[in-house]
Every structure is written in C-alpha cells, then in structure tokens.
Design a protein around this ligand. Structure first.
Ligand SMILES: [Zn+2]
Length: 299
C-alpha cells in the first residue's frame, strides 16, 4: 500500500457495489503496481459479506498478542519467508525487481508460478482436449516448450547471445530456469532474458493462436425445448491481464434474444475464468427474468 493513503480505508471502500466488482481506479490509486494486480485477481462474492479482521500469523485468523510478539521478533521478511517459503520470497523479490512495464512482471510471475494458459495445463484441467502444442504439433505445450523449445521460440533464442539456454540450463520449470539465470547474470541481462521470453509468448499468442473462444459452435449446438432459454457462456483469457466474458441467450427457435459481454481486469486461471463466465450468465438471466434456463459452456 502506498504510504500516503488513508489509514482508516477499508476493503469495502475499494468495492464498486453498483458495478459488482473492484473499483479498479481506486485500487490502482491506493496500491503499488505489484499489489493491485493480485488484488484485482480476487473474485468478489455477490453476497457482500461484511469486513472482518483476519490475522494470518495466528492459526484461526484471530489476533493474539503472542503472535504479534512473534512477528515483531522475526522481522517482516523472515515471517514472509516462513509463510510462503524462502524460495518463493526470493523469487518474488527477483521478479518484482525487474524494471519495465508492469505487464512484464506479471507475465514472468505467472510463468514462474506455472499459470500461463498452455495446453499441457489446460488439458490437465479438462479445459482443452489435447496437450499438444498447437504451433508445431511436435510436443506437449508446456511453459518451457512455449517459451524456449517451440520452432519459432528456438529461432529467437538462437539469434540471441543465450542460445546455450536451450541445452545447458535447467528445464524442469520456468521458475528453475529463471532462478538459474538470475543467479548468474546481472540485472540488465535478466531484464533482456525476460523480455525475450515475453516476446516468444506474445508472438505465438498473436500469430499462431487467434482466439477461437467466440466462434459459434453451430454444428453441435441444439436449441432448448419450447418455453426455455438456453444460455451459452464463455471466457477468453487474453495475453495481457484481462479476461473477456461472453453470454448468448437463445430461445427454442435458436434465435438470439439477449447478449452480454464484459471485460474484467484480472489474470484468472482458465477454470476460474469459466466459473466467472457461468456466474455472469446466471446474473444476466436473473436480471432478464429468465426462470427456466439451460446453462451451457462455450458460445
Ligand atoms: Zn511447439
């Protein structure tokens, strides 16, 4: 949190109750860049529970003087390390120390946490049929594959001064590779390494993976029975920190009777984005007064 903010500010002050989400501008105004991204990723309950205090150093979230004493004795970073692990803390520091646009930090952090939308991960969560790389069709699309090993990514790294990354470095995860590189190179090199990884990702996203999410699946879509409404929903995670939610309502003739599109500033996991799409569909149905409805994923 930025130091010059109102110390009495509450979580509820940051919520736009009319719009049903975070007050994005206020959250960005109150928090630092590395913090507001994480806050905006937290989906809000529609039940609007009241604010309550939660004290993480104590087991049940209830403040105790003993835990406060313990916190003060250890110091902030040590306690962070105890809560999240020393490695995580170092990684967090290294990623958020990177200079450049905040989107780069977010991208590298998501790559380190393994939360980029690659096929291997989507297939393991049943959000994609195959884990095969859609660009080269030669291997599973893991994060390491997408950022370093796929055809075009290899060309990009070979043309750089770090072609050896493709053979010598740890390839177990992006976090391992990033840590390995970070421990051996200075800040400027790490910056360029991250920019190249980001370029590889963006290039594949823009050139090889045009969005299929909004395409009408006319061939397998079937209308609801008379008197019912079928609501199809979908979520599209874009390369930047944004999720698009789309809803189409059709009657038993297959005619479109209502549409809804919403953009949310967040970097949600695919399964969470789908769930938020379903919630958006139900909210729209309630607002339009549809009582008998069939809810179905994909548009
Ligand atoms: Zn590939």
């Amino acid at each position: 949190m930025k130091p010059d903010n109102d110390p009495d500010l509450r979580v509820s002050d940051l919520i736009d109750f009319n719009g049903g989400g975070w007050n994005v501008n206020l959250v960005k105004q109150v928090f630092d860049e590395e913090e507001w991204g994480s806050i905006l990723n937290i989906p809000l309950s529609r039940f609007w529970p009241r604010d309550s205090q939660f004290w993480w150093p104590a087991r049940y979230g209830i403040f105790m003087v003993r835990s406060c004493y313990w916190l003060a004795r250890l110091g902030h970073l040590r306690t962070w390390a105890l809560q999240f692990g020393a490695r995580e803390t170092e990684l967090w520091r290294a990623v958020w120390r990177l200079e450049g646009p905040p989107k780069l930090n977010h991208f590298i952090w998501r790559a380190c946490k393994g939360s980029l939308a690659v096929k291997e991960r989507l297939a393991s969560r049943h959000a994609a049929l195959s884990s095969q790389c859609p660009v080269c069709n030669k291997a599973e699309e893991s994060i390491i594959h997408a950022l370093f090993e796929c055809t075009y990514a290899q060309q990009l790294w070979r043309a750089s001064e770090w072609g050896s990354l493709l053979t010598d470095d740890p390839s177990t995860s992006f976090a391992d590779r990033f840590e390995w590189f970070n421990s051996r190179r200075d800040g400027e090199d790490v910056q360029r390494f991250c920019a190249l990884a980001w370029a590889a990702w963006e290039y594949a996203e823009k050139v090889f993976k045009p969005s299929h999410s909004w395409n009408l699946m006319a061939s397998c879509w079937s209308p609801p029975v008379e008197g019912w409404v079928k609501i199809n929903f979908d979520a599209h995670i874009s390369a930047v920190v944004e999720v698009g939610l789309g809803v189409v309502c059709r009657d038993h003739h297959g005619h479109i009777i209502a549409l809804g599109v919403k953009r949310v500033e967040a970097s949600w996991e695919p399964s969470l984005a789908e769930a938020m799409g379903a919630r958006y569909a139900m909210e729209l149905a309630a607002r339009l007064g549809y009582m008998r409805l069939v809810l179905e994923g994909t548009l």
